[in-house]
Ligand binder design. Structure first.
Ligand SMILES: [Zn+2]
Length: 268
């Protein structure tokens, strides 16, 4: 094995064995990631740029004319970051965009922490703890570096080695491939779990994320939103949320519904 390959593998192992605050070591891919954190930032910036270039598909509400809405949603983010539980708090941007689309029940986060919320999910949720739960889940995907971990798994060491050596054409192929990658069910479970962990030290119900799925199920669960696709089944997720909150002894019970309703009204 070449010295270069050895050192790349060593770096990967170092990254993957970093002590996550969630303390989980039983993840199926072992958290193995050959990419430096810088790659997550780079990919995120690239995806964010692409999204910004498609205003018809992604009509983003600009922060200058939606000051109150962004102030509120950044306030929620800041409380999550202030817990000290977000491993890559200072590595990633954690920049939020609100997409004006009332029919899409979804939120997502790119590698490197560019967070997107559709007005559809904002209007669907019932309180601030649920919003924080969804946000925590999305932030966890980035914090756990699921995209580059998935890339590590799917594209294999040889292609990654070419990428590490700076072969731009291979890198381009990988990035294109990344955009069509879906998180695995295990990644979803991990993100749910870490989301509870983020919320545990806060005032909020730490299993707030469960509220979203409970509402879906209460309504008969027809036409699952994108947030659910490829995800573990909603009832398992709800059960997990409650179990983890109990296991960690989380005591927060705030839902801040009144403040949340004011936030929602900004989109009427
Ligand atoms: Zn997810």
């Amino acid at each position: 094995m070449s010295r270069l390959l050895m050192s790349i593998l060593a770096v990967g192992l170092l990254v993957s064995c970093g002590t996550g605050k969630d303390g989980k070591s039983d993840v199926p891919d072992g958290g193995f990631n050959l990419f430096p954190v810088e790659k997550d930032r780079e990919l995120g910036a690239q995806v964010a740029k692409e999204i910004a270039s498609k205003p018809a598909e992604f009509p983003i509400l600009d922060s200058a004319s939606n000051v109150a809405a962004y102030k509120y949603i950044y306030g929620v983010r800041d409380k999550i970051l202030a817990t000290g539980q977000v491993k890559h708090k200072d590595d990633f941007l954690w920049k939020i965009h609100i997409i004006k689309n009332d029919t899409t029940l979804n939120a997502f986060c790119t590698p490197g922490g560019y967070i997107y919320f559709y007005t559809g999910i904002i209007k669907y949720l019932e309180n601030e703890a649920q919003l924080a739960g969804v946000m925590g889940h999305e932030m966890a995907h980035a914090d756990l570096r699921h995209s580059t971990r998935q890339m590590t798994k799917v594209f294999g060491v040889q292609i990654l080695l070419a990428a590490a050596l700076g072969d731009q054409s291979v890198l381009g192929q990988i990035t294109t491939g990344l955009l069509s990658l879906k998180f695995s069910r295990n990644h979803e479970t991990e993100a749910d779990h870490l989301g509870v962990h983020y919320l545990c030290p806060t005032e909020w119900q730490s299993d707030g994320g469960a509220g979203f799925f409970e509402k879906i199920m209460a309504e008969g669960g027809q036409t699952p939103p994108e947030f659910l696709s490829t995800h573990p089944s909603p009832d398992n997720r709800v059960e997990n949320y409650h179990t983890w909150a109990q296991e960690e002894g989380c005591s927060g019970n705030a839902t801040n519904e009144a403040a949340f309703r004011n936030f929602q009204a900004l989109f009427d």
